[in-house]
Design a protein around this ligand. Structure first.
Ligand SMILES: Nc1ncnc2c1ncn2[C@@H]1O[C@H](COP(=O)(O)OP(=O)(O)O)[C@@H](O)[C@H]1O
Ligand SMILES: [Mg+2]
Length: 375
């Protein structure tokens, strides 16, 4: 069949997408609406670095999907293009120890990986800082998703090393941007006293986008990602409404748009209809859950599975099943409970058990079937 532009049906070699890449997770948008004041505050904090001084430190917080990582990426791209400042963003979800963080900084400063033979932390640290002093360069470090350093009890040591570098290492100038999506985590409060006394950060808050803002931001993405007329306003409004329902996390909206586009293509339709969005939502609303479960170790996943099968039961009873299945002891069990509680996968609340004191009740924060399906 020849291409017929008037037909409602897509032919094999046609697509609703102009550029599907704009819906991918690591895409950095060309325009960054509604984050002007946050960008300004971040620039203000970094300004001293342009003059060769140590920048102000920053704590950037806000719910997931509010543009924190994007802000750092845009800012760092600008720094690299327009100044001599070294900038390194470290994903703490993947690099959750002090050693791993400094390995990434080494890579940023030297442009090659540190020796895999394993050098001591001390050596790794001094190589990075010596190089900064030698080249007379300022380094700005963003610890992205820093909450993972806290979960592994590595946050204080990491920050301490970064913040004291100028004293210990002949004036190495390092500024830190600490980024967290965990609003329950009181960053300053959770740090050791020795870190608190040297860490006086500026606060930059990334508030939730409201529905009109979501519409505006997503309209821009639609214009770049889809051909003209594929997504009309009512459909976009529905996407924004569902995104707002999921805490305003733009990742949900972007994922919804892409999946709805694929659904339209599946029907060989030239336009995305509301039904395509509703179907996509069944998957998109679980993107947090999928991401969180995907990060778990085998024993952590095993415990989540046991809890899913015994939702709402007491910690003691769940331990018996967990221990049976994995052979792991109570200490490890408690550690894992704390971690998956902090990650928001479960709630572990103390309840009074008659006559036997207090015990923890473990409940899943998601639909049990959805969890089991994704494990
Ligand atoms: N103001 C904005 N304009 C355009 N896209 C945005 C904006 N804020 C966030 N995004 C997009 O939303 C998604 C999530 O943003 P991200 O920066 O990763 O959030 P966070 O780090 O706060 O969880 C990314 O795909 C990003 O491109
Ligand atoms: Mg982020």
């Amino acid at each position: 069949m020849a291409d017929d532009p008037d037909s409602d049906m897509l032919s094999w070699d046609e697509s609703v997408f102009r550029n599907e890449h704009v819906f991918e997770i690591d895409y950095v948008p060309e325009t960054f609406l509604h984050r002007e004041s946050q960008m300004e505050n971040l620039k203000y904090a970094l300004k001293p670095a342009v003059r060769g001084s140590r920048p102000l430190n920053v704590v950037a917080q806000g719910p997931p999907g509010t543009g924190k990582t994007t802000a750092v990426q845009i800012l760092f791209d600008e720094l690299r293009a327009q100044t001599d400042i070294q900038a390194a963003r470290v994903n703490c979800q993947v690099n959750s120890t002090r050693y791993a963080v400094f390995s990434r900084l080494f890579e940023g400063v030297f442009d090659y990986e540190p020796p895999s033979s394993g050098i001591s932390f001390k050596k790794l640290f001094s190589q990075v800082t010596d190089k900064l002093v030698e080249d007379d360069e300022v380094l700005v470090v963003a610890l992205d998703d820093v909450n993972y350093l806290f979960y592994e009890s590595e946050a204080s040591d990491t920050l301490y090393s970064l913040l004291r570098a100028h004293e210990e290492q002949g004036g190495a100038k390092i500024g830190v941007i600490v980024v967290s999506s965990d609003l329950d985590l009181d960053i300053i409060e959770e740090l050791d006293g020795r870190v608190q006394s040297v860490f006086r950060p500026e606060d930059v808050y990334f508030s939730k986008y409201d529905e009109p803002a979501i519409v505006e931001i997503l309209r821009e993405r639609v214009a770049r990602g889809f051909h003209d007329g594929v997504v009309e306003s009512p459909v976009l409004d529905r996407v924004a409404e569902l995104t707002a329902e999921q805490g305003g996390d733009l990742r949900v909206g972007i994922d919804l748009l892409r999946r709805a586009g694929l659904n339209a293509e599946m029907r060989a339709s030239r336009t995305v209809e509301r039904q395509d969005v509703e179907e996509a939502y069944d998957t998109s609303k679980y993107i947090h859950l999928s991401r969180r479960l995907g990060e778990l170790s085998d024993s952590e996943a095993a415990l989540v599975e046991v809890i899913a099968e015994h939702d709402g039961e007491q910690a003691g009873a769940i331990y018996d099943v967990f221990n049976d299945r994995t052979g792991l002891g109570y200490t490890r069990y408690s550690e894992i409970i704390n971690k998956i509680d902090q990650l928001g996968i479960i709630d572990a609340t103390y309840t009074d058990v008659d006559g036997r004191g207090r015990s923890r009740e473990l409940t899943l924060n998601y639909d049990a079937d959805a969890v089991i399906e994704r494990l």
